[in-house]
Write a protein of this length. Structure first.
Ligand code: ZN
Length: 282
């Protein structure tokens, strides 16, 4: 699933490319990916209005249009936005030679929105869980942004909290934008077991988690996200964070610190990766 760094990469690129442009039409073969209003009303609302701003909130993309229209896109498990110029031939979107036509992850187009300059903004999503909707306002009820919060406020989030640290970090209501990949990597760098009860963590642990959370998220933004799975940039290219991951999907491989084999177990239905030697329970 695209997490904070992947969504940030998409938003930053889109800002450079489509602010000031207008959407002019919409095609979809999967109407239920447009949650509200109906596809016809949705199309009417978003077309022929200037795109004035684009923001990220957690894993959500917000596109602000003239007349106060706010379009929300959540890419969910396997969705990603692409920007290019396709041709519609024999009921199929055909991309130019390059990553958009050669990488099959860029070929599951289910919503294609035309722009007034002849290009299209398309949503490629193999599993079709992604969604678009029009919002009444841009208040999204999720936790604070990990790159905007300061240490004291971060520390305060844990006051009187119970639970396992990895699950809290991945809980969008607790803190926004972090999913399985980054929670695993943050805890490895912090030398904390993913199942550790937060009540057992000390000040030094929280300082490490905070520092490593900001470091890893920024590092991944710099590398343009993680493409271990299906994420691609709006140009259809892979990011680079998967090349420096230390534990995620590395079960059976030696830990970079101590050579102990990385292990995998299931935590709340999610594959969880850690070094049993570096990340001991207290
Ligand atoms: Zn280790």
């Amino acid at each position: 699933m695209p997490e904070l760094p992947e969504v940030e990469t998409i938003v930053n690129d889109l800002k450079k490319e489509i602010i000031g442009r207008c959407f002019v039409n919409l095609w979809t073969d999967t109407e239920n990916m447009i949650k509200r209003p109906s596809v016809n009303d949705f199309t009417k609302k978003i077309t022929n209005k200037k795109i004035v701003d684009i923001k990220r909130r957690g894993k959500n993309i917000l596109i602000y249009l003239d007349k106060g229209i706010i379009l929300l896109i959540h890419q969910k498990i396997s969705g990603h936005l692409l920007l290019s110029k396709w041709e519609f031939i024999n009921n199929q979107w055909v991309a130019k030679p390059g990553p958009l036509s050669e990488d099959k992850m860029n070929g599951y187009l289910h919503i294609v929105i035309g722009l007034d300059d002849g290009r299209q903004l398309a949503l490629s999503d193999q599993r079709k869980f992604a969604k678009m909707e029009i919002l009444k306002d841009d208040k999204i009820d999720i936790g604070p942004e990990p790159l905007e919060i300061d240490y004291n406020s971060f520390r305060e989030l844990f006051r009187n909290k119970r639970g396992k640290i990895k699950q809290l970090l991945m809980n969008q209501e607790f803190i926004a934008g972090i999913g399985n990949i980054y929670a695993s990597e943050i805890l490895f760098l912090s030398k904390i077991h993913p199942e550790e009860e937060v009540s057992k963590l000390d000040e030094k642990d929280f300082e490490n988690i905070f520092k490593n959370m900001q470091f890893i998220l920024k590092e991944s933004i710099r590398l343009r996200g993680d493409s271990f799975s299906d994420f691609r940039t709006i140009y259809g290219e892979k990011g680079g964070f998967q090349n420096i991951m230390k534990v995620y999907q590395k079960d059976g491989q030696p830990c970079v610190n101590c050579k102990t084999k990385i292990e995998r177990f299931n935590l709340g239905g999610r594959g969880t990766f850690y070094c049993p030697n570096c990340q001991k329970k207290k």
